[in-house]
Design a protein around this ligand. Structure first.
Ligand code: HXC
Length: 260
């Protein structure tokens, strides 16, 4: 079942999992302004849909995304880059409340790598290559790469990857903690669906609370983050799903969450 009206992405629903397929094969899924707007519009809509518990973002076998669209940016001035909204939309994507998985095959370079880093979990095919080659273009990572890679890997490793612009293969990406897991290329979509389905089966209020609390770990001092965790934990005790989850444990059965 497709959700219509998009030209650079395809949206598909499989049970409680929604898939956003980046779909600009002629440009290796380069992220132009239109694609950014469509990804953000789709993600925002799915975020508000109680029938969806997790979102998977994927590209093609050859490319997750080869970066921001260089041809679109090449002749712009600073004023034009500011005015044309190359960045703003991605903040809304990062603010999606539900878990988002990146299923990466092929190139995840520049903005493509940064988009993957905005997701909660990165699953990669053994064919995947990551990298932030922006310095070779005379610019720097521009949709969160300098911030998220440093937070993910620590400064020393992130600095080497950003300043050299070298490509990082899937095995190394897993070893250094840039991604969650490598799978054989022909298993990528099935593994992503399986993982997303197991997440989407959880209580939706608990998923949203977990993500909000984890996000706070990147933003807040420890004591404030723990206070926020306590707040979210406590608030869940007014949900049907908390009652159901704990009752199911006592009754030795699987919970039937109502996701509210
Ligand atoms: C626009 C792109 C593109 C990009 C590829 N294409 N990447 N177009 N922007 N980022 C286009 C090519 O021009 C080509 O179109 C077609 O896709 C196929 O790519 P090829 O280069 O022919 O393929 P291949 O030789 O296999 O090389 C693949 C590649 C290379 C290694 C991924 O395309 C590449 O280096 N791409 C750029 C990677 C990069 O520098 N990304 C960072 C972008 S800056 P034609 O019409 O010639 O067939 C960035 C900043 C983020 O991301 C912040 C912005 C706000």
């Amino acid at each position: 079942e497709g959700t219509g009206g998009y030209r650079t992405i395809r949206v598909e629903r499989r049970d409680r999992v929604a898939w956003i397929h980046l779909d600009r094969p002629e440009a290796l899924n380069a992220l132009n302004v239109q694609l950014m707007r469509e990804v953000v519009a789709a993600a925002t809509e799915l975020d508000g849909d109680d029938g969806i518990g997790a979102i998977v973002v994927t590209g093609s076998e050859r490319a997750f995304a080869a970066g921001a669209d260089i041809k679109e940016m090449a002749t712009k001035s600073t004023a034009e880059m500011r005015a044309d909204g190359h960045f703003g939309g991605w903040a809304a994507f990062a603010a999606v409340r539900k878990p988002v998985i990146a299923a990466v095959s092929g190139y995840a370079l520049g903005g493509g790598c940064e988009l993957a880093l905005m997701c909660d979990i990165i699953l990669a095919a053994d064919s995947a290559t990551f990298g932030l080659p922006e310095l070779s273009l005379g610019v720097i990572p521009g949709i969160g790469g300098t911030q998220r890679l440093v937070r993910a890997l620590g400064y020393p490793k992130a600095a080497e990857i950003i300043l050299t612009g070298r490509r990082v293969g899937a095995e190394e990406a897993e070893r250094i903690g840039l991604i969650s897991r490598v799978v054989p290329a022909d298993r990528l979509l099935d593994e992503a669906q399986e993982m997303a389905a197991s997440i989407a089966a959880k209580s939706l209020p608990a998923l949203v609370a977990a993500k909000a609390a984890m996000d706070a770990a990147l933003e807040m001092p420890l004591a404030e983050g723990i206070a926020l965790e306590t707040e979210h934990f406590t608030a869940l005790f007014d949900t049907e799903d908390q009652q159901e989850g704990m009752a199911a444990f006592s009754e030795k059965r699987e919970p039937r969450f109502r996701h509210r």
